[in-house]
Design a protein around this ligand. Structure first.
Ligand SMILES: [Zn+2]
Length: 412
């Protein structure tokens, strides 16, 4: 285990300092940022003991540290300390500090280790873009305030030139930025509103949830089709066009509840789809289809192979949306996979299609709703292929709905 202390911190900087700089200049200057009268820039002995992790920092420094403004220390580091470092080695410094912080078991994941921006150990370990002066000043403050420097000799001894050089291959992974997301509150609010609108629009497929009109996000030249977020309850926002938003006040409680329940269905739909990435899903679809050939078919059913629009086949609004959603995203993908598996003789597509059709007929005899049948088909496919990928099964059933193997066309 490595250990973060003033000694290991200063040793990393010492190894990465510019050639013309001495360790007492570097170490002495850093301490001046906290205690402007405590000048050890010509005191070889004290500096050496500190860097080697032999002694604690002077109380002059540790007593002043709790009262300093971390931002001031960062400004000081930018002006006085960064120029003492070899700028080619900035990434090595960051990588070494990240490594030490990650490996130091005495630091809990939620402990704040960078005190300028209050970054926790976890934040630091997962971050690759840093404001260098904040990063160094914030960690420096942490070592002064939180860690004994005495008895750290062994930890300092591990920080060698070779150790620092070992990060050379990862140098490109570190980016330096001038500020962490410094939005004004106004800009932040605007972004938050837009993001919320985008989420809601994604749920409704870009339409007003009530009248179905296509909506946009920007207001300019878009007076009616402009997406308005409307608060229906404490936890529920919906997205409406300007017209429907105007009428919402006159809606009956019943209509409002209907909108709300609609909205919950939309959320569930989107959540289920977002849970798995597209690539992952396509792999799962293939795996389900590879196992499908083991299913047995007994009936010899005539298939309608001409795809007919989903709109004509399904009467339930929400189920229709779900199937359309899958079909838009995955129809081609499932089609290609079926073709490929058929080509490899891994799957008899006709036989599979027939068995889906047969499952449908069995289910529809019981006079249940289309969505119940849909769910039953999904459940059966899921069951017969080893209960591994339910979402992939839903998409495959949606595909066969589109191909007309499932619901009979509803004549208008
Ligand atoms: Zn509307």
């Amino acid at each position: 285990m490595k250990k973060l202390c003033f000694g290991t911190f200063a040793t990393i900087l010492k190894i990465c300092m510019a050639k013309r700089v001495t360790q007492k200049q570097l170490c002495g200057t850093m301490l001046l940022s906290i205690a402007p009268t405590y000048d050890i820039r010509s005191d070889d002995g004290t500096v050496s003991d500190l860097i080697l992790g032999k002694k604690n920092l002077s109380p002059v420094v540790t007593d002043a540290a709790p009262d300093v403004d971390a931002r001031d220390i960062s400004v000081f580091f930018k002006e006085k300390v960064l120029p003492m470092l070899d700028s080619n080695k900035n990434s090595l410094i960051v990588l070494a500090l990240k490594d030490i912080i990650a490996s130091d078991d005495t630091i809990e994941p939620e402990t704040i280790v960078e005190k300028v921006n209050n970054m926790t150990k976890e934040d630091i370990v997962s971050c690759n873009s840093f404001v260098l002066e904040d990063f160094l000043a914030g960690i420096f403050l942490y070592t002064v305030l939180n860690v004994e420097n005495r008895n750290c000799e062994n930890s300092v001894r591990e920080i060698t030139d070779e150790y620092i050089q070992s990060f050379e291959t990862q140098k490109k992974s570190i980016k330096f930025i001038t500020t962490y997301n410094n939005f004004s509150m106004e800009a932040a609010n605007e972004v938050a509103i837009d993001a919320r609108a985008l989420v809601l629009l994604a749920e409704t497929g870009g339409r007003c949830q009530k009248c179905g009109r296509i909506l946009g996000i920007k207001k300019e030249g878009n007076d009616i089709n402009y997406a308005k977020i409307v608060r229906l309850s404490e936890t529920d926002d919906i997205i409406l066009c300007v017209d429907c938003e105007r009428e919402i006040r006159n809606l009956s409680e019943e209509d409002k509840l209907a909108l709300l329940s609609d909205k919950h269905d939309l959320e569930i739909l989107v959540k289920a789809r977002d849970a798995t990435s597209r690539h992952e899903i396509e792999k799962q679809i293939e795996q389900v289809l590879r196992e499908v050939d083991l299913m047995d078919v007994t009936a010899d059913t005539q298939l309608k192979m001409e795809p007919i629009k989903v709109e004509n086949k399904i009467t339930e609004k929400r189920l229709k949306e779900r199937v359309l959603f899958d079909v838009r995203r995955f129809y081609e993908g499932v089609n290609d996979t079926l073709d490929r598996l058929a080509g490899e003789n891994k799957l008899n597509v006709d036989r599979f299609a027939k068995s889906i059709k047969r499952m449908y007929e069995d289910a529809s005899e019981s006079q249940i709703s289309q969505s119940a049948i849909y769910n039953l088909l999904v459940e059966t496919l899921f069951e017969k292929t080893g209960r591994k990928y339910r979402e992939a099964c839903e998409i495959i059933i949606s595909y066969f709905v589109q191909r007309c193997e499932v619901f009979d066309e509803i004549t208008k």
